[in-house]
Design a protein around this ligand. Sequence first.
Ligand SMILES: Nc1nc2c(ncn2[C@@H]2O[C@@H]3COP(=O)(O)O[C@H]4[C@@H](O)[C@H](n5cnc6c(=O)[nH]c(N)nc65)O[C@@H]4COP(=O)(O)O[C@H]3[C@H]2O)c(=O)[nH]1
Length: 827
Amino acid sequence: MDAPLNLLIIEDTLADFLLVERHLRKDGLDAHCRQVANSADLVADLTDMNWDAVLSDYNVPGMEFTESLALVRSVLPDVPVILVSGTVGEENAVGLLKLGVTDFLLKENLTRLVPAIRRAQRDAAELRARHAAEQALREKSQLLLEMSALAHIGGWEYDPATGRCSWTEEVARIHEVSPSADTSIAFFFSFFHGEWRLKIETVLSQAIKYGKPFDLELEIVTAKGNRKWVRMVFAPTSDGGSVVKIRGSTQDITDRKRGEIMMFNQKERAEVTLHSIGDAVITTDAQGIIDYLNPVAQQLTGWSMEGAINKSLMDVLNIVDKNNKLPLPNPILPALSEGTISHLPVDCLLIRQDGRYSEIENSTAPIRSRDGSIIGAVLVFRDVTASREITAKIAYQAMHDALTGLPNRILALDRLQQAIGAALREGTCVGVLFLDLDRFKNINDSLGHSSGDYILEQVAARLLSVTRATDTVSRQGGDEFMIIMPSASHQVHFADLATKILDAVSAPYFVKQQELSLTISIGISMYPNDGSDASTLIKNADAAMYHAKEAGCDNYQFYATEMNSKAAKRLLFEVQLRHAVVRQEFVVYYQPKVDTADRKLIGAEALIRWNHPDLGLLTPANFIAIAEDSGLIVSIGQWVTEEVCRQNQAWLQHGHACVPISVNLSAIQFRNKSLVDSLRILLEETGLPPRLLELELTESVIMQGSETVIGTLQRLKQLGINLSIDDFGTGYSSLSYLKRFPIDTLKIDQSFVWDIAHDESNAAIIKAIISMAHSLKMSVIAEGVETQEQLAFLEAHQCDAIQGYYFSQPVPAMKFEEMLKVQRTLH
Ligand SMILES: Nc1nc2c(ncn2[C@@H]2O[C@@H]3COP(=O)(O)O[C@H]4[C@@H](O)[C@H](n5cnc6c(=O)[nH]c(N)nc65)O[C@@H]4COP(=O)(O)O[C@H]3[C@H]2O)c(=O)[nH]1
């Protein structure tokens, strides 16, 4: 049975209300009726109950019907309102229907009352259902709208027949146009450019022609000029075989696409980086199974990518300890188990598949997922074989002498400091032997540097052969060596070693098919007696070595306190010599040369003297060696030559019968490239005829025999200068060797002349020199002739000229000028 209806009856007359009630009951409608007769009650009652219908009189005093109707409609929009009244007129009725009245009944005829209520009930139910359906539809389309906005996806439709497009708000939003924008196909295409325009036009025409659906990703340029990526999915709708509509969706995929492009670029970059870096890279999963190795890793391990993938790291990375060749632990374990970055031990060798190996350096790090869990490891390593070799080589070179391979000055100093430290702890001694080869410069000058180097290597080998492994033999530079004897207890040990060294070094050497002999001078200092630190010990051993030199070379000397003052003196002397060059403290003495046959003055040798401010006139023996060692000989020699040219030209201008004056030329001067030019200029400037200048060269200079030497001699000769070989016989040159040089005169060394009368071999040498020189068209002069006996011998053997105290000592310029003036015959 149906529930009774709730009816609200707006009626001021109770009788009419009851009449309505009676009719309802009579016609079988179970209803609960409530009368309301004023506006206040109506407001209150409207919301008091769920009303099924409102019945209303038109004329209720105090209540305007249209206002009551509006009130009811506003509160109960779907509840039927039935007007029960006297006649309201047709026009009025239409207006009231518009305002929301559901039906009309006349009070006089209520027979239609129940059917009218029932019909209104049905209509209201339908209306409510329709409203509910509309509401649901509205909600659904709102949801769709919101979803499409959230997904950035909108729909569109194209009608090929009309060429019109329509699209949803979201599509308009994606294209950044207002929703009401023109949607012709041309407008639609205008968002596509270049290749994308071509593509969309092509696929759309294919869709129209063949009904083919498409799913594309394209780039558009929006109305505001922004570039966006869209995914367009569309499907044609056909009717009778021809396409009548194309419907599709457009989705803004810009963010995803940019992400993809970024990912692609990153991947590409990573890929290129991994392919081009010099380091090897291997990555594994969390179980240590290889999933990638770059080309360098392939090359270093000898495994190809295909071969190595899915293998355990340790199957591919065969690493062992360099020292004991035992396998090293898996380097990625710390990364996989503890998530830490780790490095291989320093001495790690990687053995390739083919058995070759390289030293490697590596670092391993974990690879983590977004949530931080370890999903693998990356191992980066590089071949450091070459760089370690270079480092070791550089370290070795920094500490060793390149020529001999001996420790150099730096390493020797370090070893000495260590030896002192050990001796201090153990209460022992340390010996420092400072060694310097005697007259080594002569070998370098005469035989050339390559021979000099060869000799130094030989000396180094000999020093090593007489020392123990615990001793340090070092080269200090040039022809200086130093030996450190650690933990020695007595001077005797040092003396023993020094003796062995003297013997070893003095054994003959064979260079360029010549036999050479060489000696060495040794200075010895000892810790703790001669110094408590390395530099003092070296300095004192050096001083002792100088002492050994002064004692005639080829010997050893222990350091004694007073030696240092000698070394200091030598230094002071060098400083004074430097000053002497600037202050022009030198003078030239002239020693006459005499024709053996008629005793006539035929020339002179210029010999330098140093007018020392404190020591008086010094002969070359006091300073020439120091001048050569310090390089001062170049400027000194230049001064002498200038002085001689200037002086001889002055004599010439004074009308004296002039003779050639010879100047000693040291090896260093001779090597000077500008020698010939500066002599030419000097002769031009002074105006001295070149034949009046003679150069005395030592045997060692020409013994180098190189093309350069010969060239220089020839250019000197071309200038017109006379050339003579000084101290002939003391070097290693043979007469036949001399044929190659444009030499005018040989000067027999005074050492042969001195005991000419008593030493038969010297006499024989002099005779041989004279006759062979003559056969080579050279003249011969003997120097150091002091006695009648010597003179007689030389005269008897046709020695062309004589120089020596027998005729005259070297004399000052003024005195020599006297001799020139008279051109006297000397006896
Ligand atoms: N006992 C003795 N000695 C005699 C006799 N006759 C000459 N002398 C000395 O023998 C040396 C000959 O010169 P030297 O062999 O070229 O040997 C020279 C020469 O090699 C060098 N020298 C001298 N002046 C110069 C120079 O201007 N430049 C260069 N580079 N070296 C020079 O110094 C050396 C020594 O020169 P001095 O002391 O002047 O010594 C001179 C001379 O005084 C003699 O009968 N008996």
